[in-house]
Design a protein around this ligand. Structure first.
Ligand code: GLA
Length: 726
């Protein structure tokens, strides 16, 4: 009898599972190497059924039954694609809404889906309320990237408030999860730290508004099953394309499943949504590598250059900047001298930094003048056009610094437009670098900020380059423009910024712009749609830069990472300081007169070599061979697409006495090919002391036996060119 019941039970269960399998609508989102499967279940809701390595065509997808559920759990939930607040799911939701009638719940049911090329769109709707959520997924097959975002709108009569609005959500079923996070502070950008995720929530978020990435840059990596590794293991690498407050939540649930939610940070941002207004979330971008971070980095960088970074496929130019050299102290004569120096150095551009504007409140220090964007007559009496002409006569392009989102209270702008400033009424004001943020949620202020660039470009149409700075986070958060909708401010600010940047890009498509925010306080893919490059850090000490650049190299193309040789860390010689900058977007920001002839010759050589080797430097193929986090050395390799030309950068930081130095094994070469190995970038008159100089090795040798690239000399470096012979 018992047997009979058991059999009947099993048969019944199988029928249920089968009917679900038959009814479930399965939709695949695939790249060449990753597959995301979504299914509509019998309850009419959309679930993630699978996310992992690309499956074979014949895999039995119809058999997948509600991953993330447990039959022992009191409730069966599953991996809902866009879970809402207030239903049966115990964990952090993607969406929360307050309807006009005060009801705080929406249940989103699947309506339809469509696939157009690589984009998949799911339309969801609440059956009881006119709330519509459209989920978008775009797959980049070759780059192995998927990005997702949501569009939200309603047709309710009254006021609707949304207080959670994730860009996307992903689920994983592994035994262990290791989160690699980045961040720290001014001058210490992109420091890496790995922690094991246990039951509960870990959030990476920011609420600084403008300098949003200052403490927490919007990047993460999760090692699935094992810690994040360069060459093996499954790793999720993700980021959010938003130049404002964001939040990335990592939650391990009671079944040891990991839930990753990425979106705008909803703190202080209960958004009042008007009827039929579409709230578009920023894009959540991720790659899932089955071969560690080397593969993931390659894919991210490839994608960024092809799809996101402004002029991502184009060339980049070297420059001389005057900031660290003159600060605010320059005049026409000084600039003329610097143009000559830039010409002799061989760079393409001269970049005039802060201090060229303001008359009533001359910008001779950072306490005044910000906002008054007219040329300072005392410093540049013949005007900007004259200065630009002088620069161009030396065969250089001209670039200029602006910080158009900000204002010093000591400025004419502040005197005239107090209501354009983000500032709390009737309270003490907190200043960061003696300045305040302009309210870009206000269209009039957007017009003004656009006008800063438009005015400059109209007056001086040959300006080739702009450094767009942003030195204050948003403090004293109150908008005179938003009135009752203060919850919209953080979001409307970023949208206002994008509006301005859209207009600039449309009107001046040839203009290249560097993104800066006291260093890397802004370094996200949302902004990089408009900027060709960004300033990784104000900290240009070469030792610190090795760590900062190491962190950024996981996500950012080398051509986007500005790296300028400066006078920071005088104990490091010019070769070491230059070699640290060489693998990225090279520039100089120091008093060249203070260098010896040999040192100047070395810098000139660096510019020439950099131009010759750009095709390798800009390749997305990076191998991080020795991490500076491991101790006293750092070694990187960049290789071109055909594996025929590579560069290896070897740095000794502060090696220990009689440290044992192992050969460095290269990666990603063709084992059967023969390569000539040559140390380049030697100081004038210096000969390479490397035993292998000019010799030929097989790729097999270089990858398995390796080269003795390390020394025990403090702060020393070598750059090795590896070229395939046949
Ligand atoms: C910020 C930038 C610097 C420089 C100064 C000018 O700090 O990060 O590079 O442009 O502003 O005030």
């Amino acid at each position: 009898m018992r047997k009979f019941f058991l059999l009947t039970y099993i048969l019944l269960l199988l029928t249920v599972i089968n009917s679900v399998a038959v009814n479930a609508q399965t939709i695949n989102i695939t790249t060449n190497r990753t597959q995301l499967v979504l299914q509509v279940k019998e309850n009419g809701r959309l679930y993630q059924a699978y996310l992992g390595a690309r499956l074979s065509e014949t895999t039995e997808l119809s058999q997948i039954y509600m991953p993330g559920t447990t039959l022992t759990s009191s409730q069966i939930t599953g991996f809902e694609a866009y879970p809402v607040m207030g239903t049966e799911d115990y964990y952090e939701p993607a969406f929360e809404i307050l309807h006009a009638d005060g009801n705080p719940v929406s249940v989103l049911k699947f309506q339809s889906f469509e696939q157009n090329g690589n984009e998949t769109i799911f339309r969801l709707k609440d059956e009881l309320y006119p709330i519509h959520v459209t989920l978008h997924y775009v797959a980049y097959p070759e780059e192995n990237i998927i990005k997702q975002w949501a569009d939200i709108y309603h047709e309710e009569k009254g006021e609707v408030c949304i207080s959670r609005y994730a860009s996307g959500m992903l689920y994983f079923e592994s035994h262990n999860y290791y989160l690699m996070q980045f961040g720290n502070d001014w001058g210490k950008e992109m420091q890496m730290k790995e922690t094991k995720l246990e039951y509960g929530k870990k959030m990476l978020d920011t609420r600084l508004g403008t300098r949003s990435a200052l403490i927490t840059p919007p990047f993460f990596m999760v090692g699935l099953d094992e810690p994040v590794n360069e060459n093996h293991g499954e790793v999720l690498m993700g980021t959010i394309a938003w130049t404002g407050n964001y939040r990335m939540t990592f939650e391990v649930d009671h079944n040891n499943c990991l839930r990753v939610i990425a979106g705008i940070n909803p703190d202080a941002s209960r958004y009042r949504l008007k009827k039929n207004e579409v709230f578009r979330t920023p894009e959540f971008i991720f790659t899932l590598s089955q071969n560690g971070t080397a593969q993931g980095s390659h894919d991210m960088q490839q994608w960024a250059m092809r799809q996101q970074l402004y002029k991502g496929q184009d060339d980049r130019q070297t420059l001389l900047n005057n900031w660290e050299n003159t600060y605010f102290r320059f005049d026409e004569e000084k600039l003329q001298q610097l143009f000559n120096e830039a010409k002799n150095l061989g760079v393409d551009l001269f970049l005039l930094d802060d201090g060229w504007f303001g008359n009533k409140y001359p910008r001779n220090n950072d306490r005044q003048g910000l906002g008054d964007w007219e040329v300072m007559e005392k410093k540049l009496p013949h005007g900007l056009t004259f200065t630009i002409r002088q620069c161009e006569e030396q065969g250089l392009g001209f670039g200029i610094w602006i910080e158009p989102e900000m204002v010093n209270p000591k400025s004419e702008l502040y005197e005239q437009h107090r209501d354009w400033v983000i500032e709390l009424p009737d309270r003490e004001t907190y200043y960061s670098r003696h300045q305040l943020v302009l309210d870009l949620s206000n269209p009039k202020v957007q017009e003004f900020v656009f006008g800063v660039v438009d005015g400059l470009m109209t007056q001086c149409p040959t300006i080739r380059y702009i450094k767009w700075d942003c030195n204050s986070p948003m403090t004293n958060v109150y908008s005179h423009y938003e009135g009752r909708n203060q919850g919209n401010l953080f979001i409307d600010y970023t949208r206002g910024l994008y509006n301005i940047l859209d207009r600039i890009q449309l009107k001046y498509p040839d203009l290249t712009m560097m993104l800066c925010s006291s260093g890397g306080g802004r370094s996200d893919f949302g902004a990089l749609k408009y900027f060709t490059e960004f300033w990784c850090s104000d900290n240009t000490d070469p030792i610190e830069r090795l760590f900062i650049q190491w962190g950024f190299s996981y996500f950012m193309p080398a051509k986007a990472m500005c790296s300028h040789v400066t006078a920071w860390n005088k104990k490091a010689d010019i070769k070491f300081r230059t070699d640290v900058c060489f693998p990225y977007k090279l520039g100089f920001d120091l008093d060249l007169k203070k260098l010896t002839d040999d040192e100047r010759t070395y810098c000139r050589q660096a510019v020439c070599e950099w131009k010759r080797l750009k095709h390798i430097l800009f390749s997305p193929t990076i191998h991080r061979l020795i991490s500076p986090y491991q101790g006293n050395h750092c070694v990187l390799q960049r290789t071109d697409k055909d594996r025929s030309h590579a560069l290896v950068f070897a740095y000794d930081l502060h090696p220990r006495f009689r440290e044992s130095l192992q050969p460095v094994k290269l990666q990603g070469l063709n084992p059967d090919a023969l390569y000539e190995v040559k140390e380049i970038m030697l100081m004038p008159g210096e000969k390479s002391r490397l035993s292998f100089q000019g010799k030929t090795f097989s790729g097999d040798y270089l990858m398995h036996i390796g080269l003795p690239l390390l020394t025990s000399n403090d702060m020393s470096s070598r750059i090795i060119e590896i070229e395939k012979l046949f």
